[in-house]
Design a protein around this ligand. Structure first.
Ligand code: CA2
Length: 147
């Protein structure tokens, strides 16, 4: 039985499609989850898609991914720029980690230019809108031997 790819989303991403469409687009997180599920099927992967506003919950899911997941796609939201704890948890995971940002963080405030998670991620996608999740899944298929 192939292991699923965990797609983890951090704080406030549950509001996707409801506010700031000029920054984050009009798709909801449920739309993104559905699109990831469809593409994962085409790629021969299983996607396990989750969102939490709580740092500790995200860390628990990263711990759960040890042994359970083939790889992690993560949009840590604002924890990207603050959380050494999420970095430490990702460093305890052996498979590939891909970091996704919907917006181009480098075009925004300087506090968004630094990412703790990038110290661990195999790759970073930013500014491709919600399509970034799909690009990350395609890369994950390559890295984990999917289709
Ligand atoms: O661009 C991204 O994906 C971010 O990870 C999104 C985070 C932000 O703190 C990062 O710097 C970049 C914020 C997520 C907030 O999402 C919302 C979506 C719709 C309405 C309000 C917030």
């Amino acid at each position: 039985m192939p292991k699923p790819v965990y797609i983890l989303n951090g704080p406030n991403l549950n509001l996707l499609g409801q506010r700031q469409p000029e920054v984050y687009g009009r798709e909801t997180l449920a739309d993104v989850e559905a699109a990831c599920g469809r593409l994962a099927g085409e790629l021969g992967l299983e996607a396990r898609f989750r969102q939490s506003n709580h740092e500790g919950v995200l860390i628990d899911w990263i711990h759960e991914a040890r042994g359970e997941a083939s790889g992690i796609v993560i949009n840590p939201g604002a924890f990207t720029h603050t959380s050494v704890a999420i970095l430490d948890a990702l460093n305890a995971f052996d498979g590939p980690v891909l970091e996704v940002h919907i917006s181009n963080v480098h075009k925004r405030e300087s506090f968004r230019h630094h990412s703790y998670v990038s110290l661990r991620a195999e790759g970073v996608i930013a500014g491709f809108g919600t399509e970034g999740y799909l690009l990350a899944l395609r890369r994950m298929a390559t890295l984990t031997g999917g289709k």
